[in-house]
Design a protein around this ligand. Structure first.
Ligand code: MN
Length: 313
């Protein structure tokens, strides 16, 4: 039986509640906000911001929301509070030489996952800032491409793209999306470190998608795990330009890939995982057959089932 826990904002919890509206139960534990029981997954949201997914489809349902919160481990928290600070970036992180990494596409039904790691030394910071590099959330979509093209020749970086067919293969072999992400971050970081050629770095800053314990658990057994001087922080793109750059390069690559997939599908494949995506996927099934989804979508998302139902109507 799967169990996944996500720490969410109250806004995301509202979205989740709305999404599972048909399955909300009348009774709930006192510390909870709501309990929803869908046929193969029970979702419990707690006042603390934790949302627990349990049951056969826990991983699938969790994956719809995993990009909106941080994966945490309830059991470990109860046992031993994590050594505070070990994986926290120092206060002056923004002024240091850092390798930053971030990913895009994990919550989108259509399209790949892209992960990028970027090295930016303290002496490059002013120049890159001048170029307009900042938190991608503060940038318009057109500006993202422009800045990505400007910065790519100037920074040591590695971009990895996990296409849909490979993603679906790995998922069917039982690999969780969290593990795929962790492996991609680790691989991109390894590559960048290998390219540094003597350049020094003060630390590695990963835009946090899982608690450090969960992240390193995913990497257990990998031949080379980057762990020294590694920091985790949510919304890290606002802390250091390297993460901002990683996020921008990963986003540009994701958007380009989506344009390519849309051209091949001869219809626009939308971002996200909402009802508009179900409709587009249903249209795609009608055009190209259900088998086509394997090439362009993350099949284990609940969107697949809903799209098949829509297409059958
Ligand atoms: Mn991120």
């Amino acid at each position: 039986m799967g169990q996944n826990v996500l720490k969410c904002s109250s806004e995301t919890i509202e979205k989740i509640k709305y999404f599972y509206g048909d399955y909300i139960q009348d009774s709930k534990p006192p510390s909870s906000l709501f309990v929803a029981k869908s046929p193969e997954c029970t979702i419990t949201a707690y006042r603390s911001g934790k949302v627990l997914f349990q049951g056969k489809n826990a991983e699938e349902e969790f994956s719809i929301w995993s990009h909106e919160g941080m994966q945490t481990n309830l059991a470990a928290e109860k046992k031993k509070p994590e050594k505070k600070g070990r994986y926290m970036p120092p206060a002056q992180v923004g002024t240091l030489s850092v390798i930053g990494s971030d990913e895009v596409g994990t919550g989108d039904y259509f399209g790949p996952i892209t992960v990028c790691a970027v090295y930016i030394s303290s002496s490059q910071l002013a120049d890159l800032h001048q170029l307009g590099l900042k938190d991608s959330k503060l940038l318009k979509a057109e500006k993202i491409n422009e800045i990505a093209e400007d910065i790519k020749p100037k920074v040591i970086h590695k971009l990895l793209t996990l296409g849909n067919e490979k993603y679906n293969d790995l998922r069917e072999k039982g690999m969780t999306q969290g593990k795929m992400k962790a492996m991609m971050h680790n691989q991109a970081l390894r590559f960048v470190i290998g390219q540094l050629d003597g350049a020094e770095y003060d630390g590695i800053l990963i835009d946090q998608f899982a608690e450090s314990g969960i992240y390193f658990n995913y990497l257990r057994g990998q031949p080379e795990v980057i762990k020294e001087k590694t920091w985790f922080q949510t919304k890290a793109e606002s802390l250091h330009l390297s993460v901002a750059a990683a996020s921008i390069i990963a986003r540009e690559a994701f958007v380009k890939e989506m344009d390519q997939l849309s051209a091949e599908a001869e219809m626009e494949l939308p971002k996200g995982a909402g009802a508009h995506v179900d409709k587009a996927a249903a249209r795609l099934i009608e055009k190209k057959g259900a088998g086509y989804l394997r090439k362009v979508a993350k099949l284990h998302f609940a969107n697949t089932k809903r799209a098949v139902q829509l297409a059958e109507k």
